[in-house]
Design a protein around this ligand. Structure first.
Ligand SMILES: Nc1ncnc2c1ncn2[C@@H]1O[C@H](COP(=O)(O)OP(=O)(O)OP(=O)(O)O)[C@@H](O)[C@H]1O
Ligand SMILES: [Mg+2]
Length: 405
């Protein structure tokens, strides 16, 4: 069975109930699409992290309701004329076979990058006049430029899938494909995906292509390859491009945590950017990333990582009016980095301790004193056992990484 078809397509959830871990938002999408006429707001914005089922949920809802989907991608629009002609036409025509339809404007956050100031208002106007429900998707719809859009739309939030949800998706696929696997290895794919189901499914397909087995050594060599795409390249990519779509991918394969990336950006932005306005914008995004990072530390809202990434990559990239054509030698911060990392390390340690304390019914202080040093040694010596332990304690990817350091 030489199947070249991407498993993300082959196993794309077709029915609303096949979409894992998003019961609530999927119900909201269904509710909106089936009954939008009686609603005050005639459009919806579905938002949430990359690869969590936003786009497929629109198709699944349409399928259930017997509607046709007309899909347009927002980043294809460069100006309001294009929006008017494409979306305008779709929103007025009766659909083929006179089924009802949903107009899907995918990745509407791409619109905030367009220079045309009329683009968003044009879309808002179409939303109000459309005879069909318009559903937009976005990873980050909270850009200032999109505020008019947000006011007119029902906001539906998709959550960051946890590794157990991802694992359950992988398991269904593996069983269906007749793949042999060790449960822990599969869980490790799920955990490493950082909430991105699409990425996890792709990893599984790549790792098992040509065989019917998931091998531990393949898993290990994959993670090493990923680490080689180093942070320096990523920083350069962001600083050299003005295209947010390129920038946003830059840190995908970087293993360092975002706090470290932030320091790298802080160090290198002024080496590249010269105009004061460019610098001001770039540092504004950096400060926003910092705010998000603090929220994660305080409240453990790990899904904010998506925003940190967006600010540090696309945000910094679009902060310049035009590219600088010069050769720059980028580098890491030295002293500050060390002090700061030491502080951060201590905070992560504390967060993990609190989690373990809750699970083991003891105090965080005791965990810090007794359990944690032992656990660290355990993770470093026997990663298999460590993985089992991590599952039991429901530790997140970043936390496990810390324990392995
Ligand atoms: N909740 C889910 N349940 C099952 N499979 C999922 C889920 N989310 C994503 N997938 C898998 O990932 C693929 C991509 O999903 P989808 O295109 O809906 O992601 P998205 O949230 O729109 O991502 P993006 O922000 O990149 O547009 C799906 O085809 C499916 O294989
Ligand atoms: Mg999508």
């Amino acid at each position: 069975m030489g199947d070249k078809e991407p498993w993300t397509r082959k196993y794309q959830p077709r029915k609303p109930e096949d979409i894992v871990g998003q019961d609530n938002p999927v119900r909201q999408v269904l509710g909106f699409a089936s009954d939008y006429r009686s609603q005050k707001k005639k459009s919806a914005i579905i938002y949430g992290p990359v690869g969590c089922g936003k786009t497929v949920s629109v198709y699944a809802a349409a399928d259930q309701l017997g509607l046709e989907v007309i899909e347009v991608n927002a980043s294809d629009f460069r100006n309001q004329e294009q929006i008017n002609s494409v979306v305008g036409a779709a929103s007025k025509q009766m659909s083929l076979f006179s089924k009802g339809k949903i107009i899907l404007i995918d990745e509407v956050d791409g619109l905030s990058g367009t220079k045309d100031r009329g683009a968003v208002p044009a879309l808002v106007k179409l939303m109000q006049e459309s005879s069909f429900p318009i559903i937009c998707t976005a990873v980050d719809p909270f850009d200032k430029k999109l505020s008019a859009l947000r006011k007119k739309a029902v906001m539906v939030e998709f959550s960051m899938p946890d590794y157990k949800d991802i694992y359950s998706v992988l398991k269904i696929i593996a069983d269906h494909e007749g793949i042999k696997y060790d449960e822990n290895d599969m869980k490790s794919i799920a955990r490493r995906a950082g909430g991105d189901i699409r990425a996890a499914v792709n990893d599984l397909q790549i790792l098992t292509s040509g065989k019917r087995e998931l091998l531990k050594e393949d898993l290990e060599s994959m993670s090493q390859r990923e680490q080689t795409e180093n942070i320096l390249n990523a920083v350069m990519k962001v600083l050299k491009t003005t295209d947010p779509n390129i920038a946003i991918q830059s840190f995908n394969n970087v293993q360092e945590d975002f706090d470290k990336v932030m320091l790298w950006m802080d160090e290198n932005i002024p080496k590249e950017y010269e105009k004061p306005a460019d610098l001001a914008r770039a540092y504004d995004y950096l400060s926003k990333a910092d705010v998000m990072s603090r929220r994660i530390r305080r409240w453990q809202h790990w899904r904010f990582i998506v925003y940190i990434n967006a600010y540090l990559s696309a945000g910094v990239a679009v902060s310049k009016d035009e590219k600088y054509s010069k050769f720059v030698k980028y580098g890491p911060t030295s002293r500050l980095l060390k002090i700061w990392m030491a502080n951060r390390k201590y905070q992560k340690r504390k967060a993990i301790a609190e989690k373990i304390a809750e699970k083991t019914h003891t105090s965080a202080y005791r965990v810090l004193q007794d359990t944690l040093p032992y656990m660290q040694a355990m993770f470093q010596k026997d990663i298999d056992y460590g993985t089992k332990l991590a599952d039991e304690l429901e530790l997140e990817k970043a936390e496990v990484e810390w324990l392995c350091k």
